[in-house]
Ligand binder design. Structure first.
Ligand code: MG
Length: 308
């Protein structure tokens, strides 16, 4: 009932917005660190064109270095060609994105939403033959940088359509970080009225500071699948000064306090965030790894100091 499936997307959604090149070894270390901390699923990389996202151009090498862990990894694919590459690398779980608006979809994958839906049907069919499950995230579900506010009814319609096409997990994504907890509560109730709630997931960005609040709102509405990134690493190409995905360990301390079971060790997550910050030579947006976990136990008495 309170079992949560958390997916850490730092190696993909987080790193794809980082300008400086990160070594393949550092990426593999990041994924392993997340898995060792108990994260059940990690979005490891993406088979998008290196000319679009140079940071993820080493996807084949990253996957080659993670062969024993492939069963706990998810891969973002842009199209059917991406699926073929994913299958050739032994992947068993892929994610495709489709936007709630035509403008964003064309900007992202150069296709209309209807064209993307048709391609998703082909992806589900081919993946199904190869025992690979397909998740789809509906980008800009709460707001689009080109079309503004998105009608919740449009998101519901798309989610229903995707489920009917055989998509296993349908993600409601606040790609540009504009949702409030009230928006999330309303959206979750609407979508859950037509789809089994355990088929839904929430993907939020902390662009405007409401990431953790939005996760709590979705948890209260019954959602049990979430995405986030360790340390809150990342950004958004449409908001150059913005922060990234909701920080995994910051959100988990709230969910754990509400009784959620995730299997994730927060102390280990803080160590992963610290190592990533060191690799990137900068502080990350996450708060817990910088402040430390509060143990609720009395602190050691500080050494006597002269107070003059
Ligand atoms: Mg995202």
């Amino acid at each position: 009932m309170n079992e949560v499936l958390w997916t850490d997307v730092a190696p993909r959604d987080g790193l794809q917005n980082i300008a400086e090149t990160i070594s393949t070894e550092a990426k593999i270390r990041l994924v392993r660190g997340l898995l060792d901390a108990g994260v059940p699923r990690v979005e490891a990389t993406s088979f998008v064109s290196p000319s679009w996202v140079p940071q993820l151009g080493d996807a084949p090498a990253v996957l080659a270095g993670l062969q024993p862990e492939l069963g706990r990894l998810r891969l973002l694919i842009p199209n059917l060609r991406g699926l073929e590459l994913a299958l050739a690398h032994g992947m068993r779980n892929v994610l495709v994105t489709i936007a709630a608006t035509d403008s964003f979809n064309r900007r992202n994958v150069n296709r209309s939403v209807d064209e993307s839906l048709d391609e998703i049907s082909h992806i589900v069919e081919l993946a199904g033959e190869r025992a690979c499950s397909v998740d789809v995230a509906v980008s800009v579900s709460f707001g689009c940088p080109f079309e503004g506010v998105v009608a919740p009814a449009r998101v519901v319609e798309l989610c229903e359509d995707l489920a009917a096409r055989g998509v296993k997990e349908v993600g409601i994504a606040d790609t540009i970080g504009v949702a409030t907890p009230a928006d999330v509560s309303a959206m979750c109730a609407l979508v859950a009225a037509s789809l089994p709630i355990d088929q839904l997931s929430l993907h939020v960005h902390d662009t405007r500071g409401l990431g953790v609040a939005n996760v709590i709102a979705a948890f209260a509405a019954g959602i049990r699948r979430f995405d986030g990134s360790v340390g809150g690493v990342g950004g958004c190409p449409f908001a150059p000064r913005s922060t990234g995905n909701v920080c995994t360990e910051d959100a988990l301390q709230a969910l754990h306090a509400l009784g959620a079971h995730t299997g994730i060790d927060l102390q280990a997550m803080c160590a992963v965030a610290e190592a990533l910050a060191s690799d990137l030579r900068r502080d990350l947006p996450g708060k817990l790894y910088r402040a430390g976990i509060w143990s609720r136990l009395p602190q050691e008495t500080p050494a006597e100091t002269s107070v003059g």
